[in-house]
Design a protein around this ligand. Structure first.
Ligand code: URP
Ligand code: ZN
Ligand code: ZN
Length: 460
């Protein structure tokens, strides 16, 4: 099967030019002006931009969490991602404390294998670091192609590890050529504030926000960055939300230690005033919570200054009925919000169209940097001969409105209901196959492949 895409405007993290793209099988085989080739299918991309397929390195599909499961499974979640121009996601395997990493991996494989539309990989969340776990780290890197290890500094009793385990894990992961990533918030301090608010009868979603003030994230980010600096491990902070946390990364970088930072689309464009809407605020109950306008400004600046490298989603949707589990107590509201389908269009509309970031920066933070940081470049994250033909044909002029009535995510509300967008993903191509075209799905469930990742270099 071959496809010739004619007349498109190709945008990569460093280029912007008009050319044709020829795809043979799963890969790009030629790029040039007026290519003279015979193809099974010709797509006219006149007036469209062509981006590398989006990579969202922070999603939670079919995840057991807070007494329930996230409502998008691997089928619905990866398909919704393709509708929104994201061709690959990295999900999280969560070790059960007291059990092995392999045990958890098998559970996650049983839910994902054969069910994905889009390509995917896993980060391994280490929630119990001991002598046995230690021995599994090399196997994850060498045999499974899982090269990033997630840690939680919060969610005590289920996911949190202490600093002793953190340093031990960092040393082991460094030896194996892997990376340690972190949910950096001070779990003990948050648990104290949650308990205090509950005793005082302060139980609405607003108190979720007030139980996780900026200092809880800033302190943990600084502590994590110091431990990363001490061990020299390649490090990555997920879902960074605020100025205080980013300042700690800037600090450590003065000592020539690279700590990558990811923010998520919601932290750039939504703010904590949404928690004042009584229980409706539960739609945006996530951890860390939404912050202030000044934090949005810091994160946009961080993107442009290169201290924030990735814009992800932390997609972790729950049906409204699931959110109602916390109707009488904010601490029981399942944490997370839906965005896997909306990330690329929202960032284009709010970032590129509003002059906050360039087109090249858009590609860098939605695709290229994630491919580089997580060991997939140049197979993924670029438009080049020999790379996977993962492409998004994008109309920068088309206007539309986000709504639960039109999205494809398996969740019965939109966190962006009524949001007006300029720019639309028209066609998404995954490994040489048109996957979604003008809303029509052209591939089958199971087309998505597990992508084994390379060791990380810590240099991008
Ligand atoms: O609220 C969130 N973020 N839910 C998913 C789990 C996590 O902490 O990333
Ligand atoms: Zn988290
Ligand atoms: Zn998450």
């Amino acid at each position: 099967m071959s496809i010739l895409i004619k007349n498109g405007r190709i945008i990569t993290s460093s280029e912007d030019y008009h050319a044709d793209i020829f795809i043979e099988g799963e890969e790009i085989s030629a790029i040039g002006k007026n290519l003279n080739v015979t193809a099974d299918e010709i797509i006219d991309a006149n007036g469209l931009m062509i981006f590398p397929g989006g990579i969202d390195p922070h999603v939670h599909l079919d995840m057991p969490f807070m007494g329930t499961y996230s409502s998008d499974n691997y089928e619905t979640g990866t398909l919704a991602a393709l509708h929104g121009g994201t061709t690959m996601v990295i999900d999280f395997v969560l070790q059960t404390q007291g059990k092995s990493l392999h045990h958890a991996l098998e559970q996650w494989q049983s839910r994902s294998n054969g069910n994905c539309y889009g390509d995917y990989s896993f980060h391994m969340a280490v929630t119990d670091f001991n002598e046995e776990t230690k021995n599994e780290i090399t196997q994850m890197v060498e045999e499974e192609g899982i090269t990033s290890f997630k840690t939680f500094m919060a969610y005590k009793g289920a996911l949190m590890i202490d600093d002793r385990q953190m340093v031990g894990l960092m040393q082991e992961v460094k030896k194996c050529g892997g990376m340690v990533t972190v949910h950096a918030t001070n779990g003990d301090m948050i648990d104290f504030l949650i308990a205090k608010h509950r005793v005082e009868g302060k139980l609405s979603p607003l108190y979720h926000y007030l139980s996780q003030p900026e200092i809880t994230e800033a302190e943990a980010t600084g502590r994590f960055a110091d431990m990363a600096n001490y061990t020299g491990v390649t490090a990555y902070v997920v879902h960074m939300t605020c100025e205080g946390a980013l300042n700690h990364i800037r600090d450590i970088e003065r000592r020539n230690q690279k700590v990558y930072a990811e923010t998520c689309i919601q932290y750039l464009i939504l703010d904590a005033s949404l928690y004042e809407k009584d229980f409706e605020g539960a739609k945006w109950v996530m951890s860390p919570p939404l912050r202030q306008k000044k934090d949005q400004e810091t994160l946009w600046a961080g993107i442009n200054q290169g201290t924030v490298q990735v814009v992800a989603t932390d997609h972790c949707p729950f049906m409204w009925e699931q959110k109602l589990m916390g109707e009488k107590d904010f601490s029981k509201i399942p944490n997370g919000h839906p965005a896997i389908e909306n990330r690329m269009e929202l960032l284009f509309s709010e970032g590129v169209q509003k002059g906050r970031i360039t087109l090249n920066k858009f590609v860098e933070v939605t695709s290229t940097n994630a491919a580089k940081i997580f060991g997939m470049f140049p197979r993924k994250g670029c438009i080049a001969v020999g790379s996977d033909a993962d492409l998004v044909l994008f109309d920068p002029k088309e206007e539309h409105t986000l709504s639960v009535n039109t999205h494809h995510m398996h969740v019965d509300y939109s966190a962006y209901e009524g949001w007006e967008i300029k720019g639309r993903c028209k066609t998404t191509i995954l490994r040489g196959q048109v996957a979604v075209d003008n809303g029509d799905v052209k591939i089958q469930k199971g087309f998505g492949q597990f992508i084994k990742r390379n060791k990380v270099t810590g240099i991008i």
